[in-house]
Design a protein around this ligand. Structure first.
Ligand code: AGP
Length: 613
């Protein structure tokens, strides 16, 4: 999704901005641009369709290899929402060479504003919603100073925005604002930086101020003034970025996704660290305020999107089985617009890798208005909007996840949510022995994930049988159904092969009609109470000529399916099956995508952090 970088410094900011854009590449984008004020105060702007490297080439060409010079600048990676990906639609956007801006988010009333501005003589050079904002500021500048013009302009905006704005001839002032889209300010020595994500700025600072909803900031080299939504001057805390959470480098791996897949044993350990003893889930695992809240929980509502929704789906099976508490799960984009009824004493759990997903954030805000016992977020990004707006947070501690296809964020979400399940279950009669059984299993989890990863060469070989397929069907039962869904999501998002997931018992109610020799069917078959039922479903497939790929427990004799493709996994304690069985599906989708030559880390049309609706 769109990324913002800005800097007002004592030195040339060109490389700070370009490096920031490179660090934001993982978010997914289609074009990039940058504007820097020259020593004379002129706006020098360069934009390019495609990757940041294309922008660098364009700057090189436009400046005869000298590069851009200036100590104040703004830059952007765009992910198209209004208007096709093109140089004209790329940011920064300007109004009459006088003011320039970058924008993340969506201006919902842009059409009305555009019509009004057109009648006032403004000519639009792009199809974007963002361009209205810079013309509004330009209009206000005719009567007001820079700061007042920004304040007046944003008072007309409906929707979501993070903005960074510069003015021709004004090397001393940068204005930024946020409403509904994240924005952080990096603090340096007589320098300030702006980013939609702290990762963009780690090369220059590790001290950050997270702007809150409705905040505006006036930034000079010596002074930062933050105003809240009512324009009162406010102080916001400076947080120091925790470098332990890792850095965004691929290391020896060809893709971030592969690196992140293989990091799973380590990050699962990190997620468990300090939260379990040899036999117990520790009370302090959920923060100081948690105990009182968890004591009162009578219902759980989970809200999330995509992969995070799938971890919510698995958690529903766990919470209802172990804690005996009703648990609902819903995708955030539905929940936020539906007439919802929240049961008494509901703990609302949002799950999100980024903590910035617009739908999840909006759903949380809506649920809070309806009345909740409390909200908790299971999140990977400290300081993110969901973390700041929730009563409790359970950090997944997976370190930055750069590949658009989520891997380690998913398995750490599940690990954290299993801990939470135990905490709730203990309050609802789970015996000490049952708790010990799960905690003992959790201690084995990193080793079991290692064993599943060791199947990589086998899975790489199997992936060759997928490269020419156009459709596929994933099957699972019980908590393995959401794992089938997650496996299907992985395959479709990075290999572009159509993949659907079904609870295997549903096959005969329709999807069986799809089965023929061109349709690979992937099934996850751990040794559990539902195995026999699943095998009968697979036999139905085999009888109709379907080609089966079964990931099954090594101790199970699946002789009826022997002529199919069987991959054996170690025996896994029942509570861990979802976490271990997703590993081969992640590897399968990765290898199929590599064979198909797709952009594994930044698949087409997708963004890492979906900060717009
Ligand atoms: C996962 O592979 C996807 N890229 C996507 O479904 C993602 O999980 C979804 O957009 C939610 O993101 P979040 O976890 O950051 O809220």
């Amino acid at each position: 999704m769109c990324g913002i970088v800005g800097a007002i410094a004592q030195r040339n900011v060109s490389e700070i901005l370009l490096e920031g854009l490179r660090r934001l590449e993982y978010r997914g984008y289609d074009s990039a641009g940058l504007a820097i004020l020259s020593a004379e105060g002129d706006i020098q702007r360069t934009r390019a369709l495609g990757k940041v490297i294309e922008l660098e080439k364009a700057i090189h060409a436009e400046t005869d290899g000298k590069g851009l010079q200036g100590s104040i600048g703004i830059a952007h990676t765009r992910w198209a929402t209004h208007g096709v990906p093109s140089k004209e639609n790329a940011h920064p956007h300007m109004s009459s060479d006088d003011v320039v801006l970058v924008h993340n988010g969506i201006i919902e009333n842009y059409q009305d504003l555009k019509a009004e501005l057109k009648t006032q003589g403004y000519v639009f050079n792009s199809q974007t919603d963002s361009e209205v904002v810079i013309h509004l500021i330009h209009r206000e500048l005719k009567l007001h100073d820079f700061g007042q013009a920004v304040k007046n302009a944003i008072s007309h905006l409906e929707g979501a925005y993070a903005l960074a704005i510069m003015q021709k001839g004004n090397q001393d002032e940068l204005w930024v604002a946020r409403q509904g889209s994240p924005l952080v300010i990096g603090v340096g020595m007589d320098e300030y930086y702006v980013g939609s994500d702290p990762l963009a700025l780690l090369q220059v600072t590790d001290r950050f101020i997270y702007l809150e909803e409705g905040d505006l900031a006036h930034i000079t080299r010596k002074k930062l003034t933050i105003l809240d939504k009512d324009h009162n001057v406010v102080e916001r805390d400076v947080s120091v970025f925790d470098h332990k959470v890792g850095t965004a480098s691929k290391g020896e791996y060809k893709h971030f996704m592969l690196k992140e897949t293989f990091e799973q044993p380590t990050v699962i350990k990190q997620c468990l660290e300090g939260r379990i003893s040899a036999t117990k889930v520790l009370d302090q695992a959920f923060g100081v305020k948690a105990a009182d809240i968890l004591d009162q929980v009578e219902a759980v509502q989970i809200i999330a999107c995509g992969t995070s929704y799938h971890s919510g789906m698995v958690t529903k099976y766990w919470i209802e089985k172990y804690a005996g508490i009703p648990c609902q799960v819903e995708v955030a984009s539905e929940f936020r617009y539906r007439h919802t009824v929240i049961a008494k004493n509901t703990l609302l759990i949002t799950i999100s890798q980024s903590g910035e997903t617009a739908d999840t954030l909006a759903a949380l805000r809506k649920a809070k208005e309806q009345g909740l016992l409390a909200s908790m977020t299971v999140c990977n990004v400290p300081g993110s909007s969901l973390v700041r707006e929730s009563d409790l947070c359970l950090m997944t501690n997976a370190g930055p996840e750069i590949g658009v296809a989520s891997t380690k964020a998913f398995t750490t979400q599940l690990t954290a949510l299993l801990l939470l399940t135990v905490a709730l279950a203990k309050r609802n009669g789970m015996s000490e022995a049952a708790e010990t059984e799960i905690v003992t299993a959790l201690h084995q989890l990193p080793g079991l994930v290692e064993k599943a990863l060791a199947l990589d060469p086998v899975i790489e070989k199997i992936s060759q049988l997928f490269a020419d397929k156009h459709h596929s069907l994933f099957l699972g039962r019980g908590p393995m159904y959401p794992i089938a869904q997650e496996g299907a999501l992985k395959l479709k998002e990075i290999s572009y092969i159509h993949a659907e997931a079904y609870p295997a018992g549903e096959l005969k109610h329709g999807p069986l009609a799809l089965v023929d020799e061109d349709m690979p069917i992937i099934a996850v078959a751990p040794k559990n109470d539902l195995l026999e039922k699943l095998v009968s479903n697979l036999e139905e497939v085999k009888a109709r000529g379907g080609e089966l790929f079964v990931f099954a427990d090594e101790s199970v004799n699946l002789y009826d399916l022997d002529d199919q493709h069987l991959v054996s996994l170690p025996t896994v304690p029942c509570c861990l099956e979802p976490i271990v069985y997703i590993i081969p599906l992640q590897l399968l989708s990765y290898h199929v995508a590599v064979l198909k030559g797709t952009d594994v880390d930044q698949p087409r049309n997708l963004a890492k952090s979906v900060t717009v609706e």
